[in-house]
Design a binder for this molecule. Structure first.
Ligand code: NAI
Length: 468
């Protein structure tokens, strides 16, 4: 193989592999380095994809037990075969990671297997499993090394009793007692999985609300829904220690307001207090500029402080740590390297929590707008008044549209619905095109669909919903 490239990407997660495909499409001679055995990064191997497989399977189990009877379907002898459920998850992961491998071949991308180290802005080395080292020259480098789970001071993740999301996606039996530290995305999705499969789940959250960045109305409603499903919440509580006693964990917590202390025992503890950028020694040695959260600083062209070295995804100081954000940055960075005008609109990045019901948002929430002193109006519509949701017994949740007071321009939308993750795409598109609430209200929405609630919420901005 010729060891000279136009672009070498370090990391084959959703940011890196998409950047590689787009670079190759644009005629750049492209290589992508990955140390994991399979392509696809955290998302495909131990994140988005396996978690969605378990969320789907456990939701089906829950529904067949609790909801089918109302539909006139009587099922008996329903039980979980966890090893089969895990096998199905592993098969989905394998199929999708193989899919990326196929796309690499199709696009003539060199897949460099091993650990990559950036020596300078034109030189990268790769050490493979057998310690063989190869040196490559390149005109451009894209850092797409993603992120790793964080823990709390003094608490070690052993992936046996105290686990990260990786461990919690592979339990060989459902823990009787599961404590989840952190009421964010990972904490709530995995709480849902294990609660449905029979665990007693307690979520400990430091702040006084779950998903702190979320619209307050949605956060409050979401908490009610999850509590009704049987998940226990201890909000406003600080974990002061996690100790292993025999094969159990003893978790000490203190209430931030009352200072009341409590000690709870669990079979497993999931640490879900966030992730940190995966910054290698090479990045430190090169002196690539980091911000005070140890994220790589990039400009609007994804250029780092060193010429020809770009960075995208979870390692950079822009936007949320989300796979689809990284993908869009990968496309934009490749286009910029190829001399085009790549761009990511950070005001319109949808966020979805894949619980049941799902939660989704795009744009700003009320707190953001208050801080920015922007005057706004709100339209809300509950799924209780949506015919399709009613027919399907999916009446929990609502749509909330926030529009600028004077111009009626949509500034943000948040919703809770069984289909929120799919429905948010319409709103992201509307916002990309600068739509007003009136534009959405006057767009014909098919009947009977959950999406009619979006149109109704847009009409409610002008206080004229039809069905509420
Ligand atoms: P997160 O940032 O979403 O949530 C962490 C939670 O832990 C926050 O609510 C925070 O207040 C709480 N916390 C922090 N310190 C604590 C302490 N000492 N005690 C108790 N609670 C504490 O992080 P999470 O859930 O670990 O997810 C990591 C990343 O992965 C996120 O950036 C998220 O965007 C991404 N992700 C996205 C998903 C999706 O899009 N559906 C699914 C899973 C992960």
């Amino acid at each position: 193989m010729n060891n000279n490239f136009d672009v070498i990407i370090v990391g084959a997660g959703p940011g890196g592999y998409v950047a590689a495909i787009r670079s190759a499409q644009l005629g750049l001679k492209t290589a992508c380095i990955e140390s994991r055995k399979t392509l696809g990064g955290t998302c495909l191997n131990v994140g988005c994809i396996p978690s969605k497989s378990l969320l789907y399977a456990s939701e089906m189990y829950y529904k067949v037990q609790k909801e089918f009877k109302n539909l006139g379907i009587e099922a008996t002898g329903i039980k979980v075969n966890l090893s089969r459920m895990m096998g199905n998850k592993n098969k989905s992961v394998l199929t999708l990671t193989k899919g990326v491998e196929f796309l690499f071949k199709k696009n003539n991308i060199s897949h460099l297997k091993g650990k990559g180290t950036i020596l300078d802005n034109n030189t990268v080395t790769v050490i493979d499993d057998s310690d063989k080292k190869e040196t490559y020259k390149t005109k451009n480098i894209i850092i797409a090394t993603g992120s790793v789970p964080t823990s709390l001071p003094g608490i070690k993740i052993d992936e046996k009793v105290v686990v990260s999301s990786t461990g919690a996606l592979s339990f060989d039996k459902n823990p009787k007692e599961l404590i989840v530290i952190g009421g964010g995305y990972i904490g709530l999705e995995l709480s849902s999985v294990w609660k449905r499969l029979g665990s007693n789940v307690t979520v400990i959250e430091y702040l006084d609300r779950i998903i702190p960045g979320m619209d307050k109305d949605i956060s409050n409603e979401f908490l009610k829904i999850l509590s009704k499903q049987g998940i226990n919440f201890k909000l406003d509580c600080k974990v002061t220690g996690v100790n292993l006693v025999k094969d159990k964990a003893v978790v000490d917590i203190t209430n931030n307001k009352t200072s009341k202390r409590e000690r709870i025992e669990a079979d497993k503890v999931l640490m879900a207090v966030g992730r940190k950028p995966n910054i290698g020694e090479d990045i430190i040695k090169l002196g690539i500029k980091l911000n005070n959260q140890k994220k790589i600083e990039v400009n609007e062209k994804f250029e780092t402080s060193i010429k020809n070295i770009y960075a995208i995804g979870d390692v950079i100081d822009k936007g949320p740590m989300l796979a689809h954000k990284a993908e869009d940055e990968g496309i934009a960075a490749a286009e910029i390297i190829a001399g085009q005008a790549g761009h990511v609109n950070y005001n319109v990045i949808p966020v979805v929590i894949y619980t049941s019901p799902e939660v989704a948002m795009v744009g700003k929430n009320e707190d953001d707008l208050k801080k920015e002193n922007i005057k706004y109006k709100i339209g809300k519509f509950p799924f209780l008044a949506n015919s399709r949701a009613k027919v399907n017994s999916e009446t929990e949740g609502f749509v909330k549209v926030i529009a600028e007071e004077k111009t009626d321009k949509v500034l943000g939308v948040a919703l809770i619905s069984s289909l929120a993750g799919t429905m948010i795409a319409e709103l992201a598109l509307a916002m990309e095109f600068g739509a007003s609430a009136e534009d959405i209200a006057r767009t014909c929405h098919a009947h009977p669909t959950h999406s009619e609630a979006v149109k109704e919420a847009a009409m409610a901005v002008d206080k004229r919903p039809i069905h509420f």
